[in-house]
Ligand binder design. Structure first.
Ligand code: CP
Length: 311
């Protein structure tokens, strides 16, 4: 049994296997018959304790294209405490015979708890846990970068914004380092996490200095819902110093792509002009997400080789 809990669990070989499998699966999407029989008879449960648009739909589409049975469980609104809710739900899933559980949870570490609790025998895929990790987002981001830039060795990736609350930033930092890219995190001093000096990245407060050198600019949403009412600097000041607008976009190299994991707040971290520009690969990220999640489910449940994670 294997899980995908952290981007940091993936070796370079693991990550490259996911990316190459996703590339094969992505090419199938252009054919008239998109569905493969690979996971026929297997059950994938999407267990979402937190809101999601892209990730939940993407995992559902991925599982269905591999002919798996899919059960969508939205736990939002449960009055149970998080620990109890997770355990009770896990026991129900086990009784239903789930082969894979795709879990999003507001508490960092919830997927690890599920994987190591002994409550379920299924594979556990982390679909975003608190402010901790979102490994399939990092894989789809790396996949999208390689389609535009080729190998990522030595490529410069700027990840900009609310790093403090971003599981996307942490998973990308870990995976991109494994793939040989050079990551610079750009944020105001108040939006860097404690311990960022232990991440495999450079840091900067100066977006204008970083942009001209970047091959990829990944903008992050300011997660005000995780800030308990406090937000410094003000939205207007944030946008002025850390927002990507047309003027800043003009300082990028010709080949540089602009990414955003979504959901976007247009006018805050990214202007509509940038989001809708030719440099933006934001919609392509969503398309690639299905192929990458197909690859992850296939390798965890049906393929001969592991994706990574622990036994
Ligand atoms: N990128 C991402 O995780 O989006 P959702 O929250 O809509 O799933």
């Amino acid at each position: 049994k294997r899980h995908l809990l952290s981007a940091g669990d993936l070796s370079r070989d693991d990550a490259e296997l996911v990316l190459s499998t996703a590339a094969e699966l992505r090419s199938l999407a252009d054919r008239p018959i998109k569905k493969l029989p690979a996971l026929r008879g297997r059950t994938v449960v999407n267990l979402f304790f937190e809101d999601s648009t892209r990730t939940r739909i993407s995992f559902e589409a991925a599982a269905k294209r591999l002919s798996a049975d899919v059960i969508n469980f939205s736990a939002k609104g449960s009055s149970l405490s998080k620990g109890e809710s997770l355990k009770d739900t896990a026991l129900t899933l086990e009784a239903m015979g789930a082969d894979a559980v795709v879990v999003r949870h507001g508490a960092s570490g919830a997927p690890h708890r599920l994987a190591h609790s002994g409550w379920v025998r299924s594979s556990v895929v982390n679909a975003g846990d608190g402010t901790h990790e979102h490994p399939t987002q990092a894989l789809l981001d790396a996949f999208t970068m390689t389609r535009h830039l080729g190998k990522l060795d030595g490529r410069r990736v700027a990840i900009v914004g609310d790093v403090l609350h971003s599981r996307v930033a942490r998973s990308n930092a870990l995976l991109l380092a494994t793939l040989g890219a050079e990551v610079t995190l750009v944020a105001p001093p108040t939006l860097f996490p404690v311990g960022v000096e232990t991440w495999p990245v450079e840091t900067s407060y100066d977006l204008d200095a970083v942009l001209p050198k970047a091959d990829v600019v990944m903008m992050l949403r300011v997660q005000r819902e995780r800030m308990n009412g406090g937000f410094f600097p003000t939205p207007r000041e944030y946008s002025r110093r850390y927002g990507l607008d047309g003027r800043r976009m003009a300082t990028l190299q010709d080949h540089t792509i602009v990414m955003h994991p979504g959901p976007m707040v247009r006018g805050m971290e990214i202007s509509a002009e940038v989001a809708d520009s030719d440099r933006s690969v934001i919609v392509e990220q969503v398309t690639n997400g299905v192929a990458v999640r197909m690859a992850v489910l296939y390798l965890l449940l049906g393929g001969a080789q592991p994706v990574g994670g622990d036994e």
